[in-house]
Design a protein around this ligand. Sequence first.
Ligand code: GUN
Length: 274
Amino acid sequence: MIIDGRSIAQSICAKLWEEGKTLPRKPKLSVILVGENPASLSYIRQKERFAGIAGIDFELRQLSVDTTENALMDIIHEVNGNRFIDGLIVQLPLPRHIDTNTIIEAIDPRKDVDGFTSQNIGKLFLGTADLISCTPKGIMRLLETQKTKIQGENIVVIGKSNIVGKPLSLLLMNAGGTVTVCNKDTKDIGIFTQSADIIVVAAGSPGLLKKAMVRPGTTVIDVGCTPVDGKFLWDTDFQEIEPLCRITPVPGGVGPMTVAMLMENTHIAAKNQM
Ligand code: GUN
């Protein structure tokens, strides 16, 4: 059975549009892109489209690929000080001559709608964050919408990135799940996944999760999206697993939920600052 992230994401954005009517002005999201990475441009176009549906003003500041770290910092400080901009994200990856951590830490945590700053990650650890990074938050919302039980369940997260694996494991732990974190080098992932009630695959390793590694009835969330020869490959053997499990498709599963959560975070940031 397929979990339709796209329709859930659209209804979240429609609700945000309605809620926005009660605010003194429209929330505004600023996106900074350094360079012309085609994948980044495609993600940004999707963010712009969702912002339109959620009633959020959107601006893109596209800088040349040779922008210096100092020049980028100056722009971040300018946006930080602009009271008409509620949310700021710097699209990743950045060119190699710019230090990603330095740049993320320069974002005002109140405008950090990606939830990437150490302050917001620290709050996530403590379970007190209101700006939670968008992919893990979107996965939690998908599970909630499906009324999937988390407390006491065996949950396997495959992937240890700062953007998905680590924050998602904390959210699932805070919600009472028994969480095992594997990665693509784990010796026998099947040992763990065969006793799982929920599996999240975010390893960026196409076809990693096979039918034989999954019990029927498991909920499977596929975050994989690896570009190969102009196509995107998934982390699961989707066609084989889909008849046995509840599973998110790619595209149309976690991706739209991530963008919907970015819009929700922009609303939260706006309400906190207005
Ligand atoms: N690049 C890929 N995913 C993301 C994301 O969630 N936020 C930012 N800022 N850049 C990304």
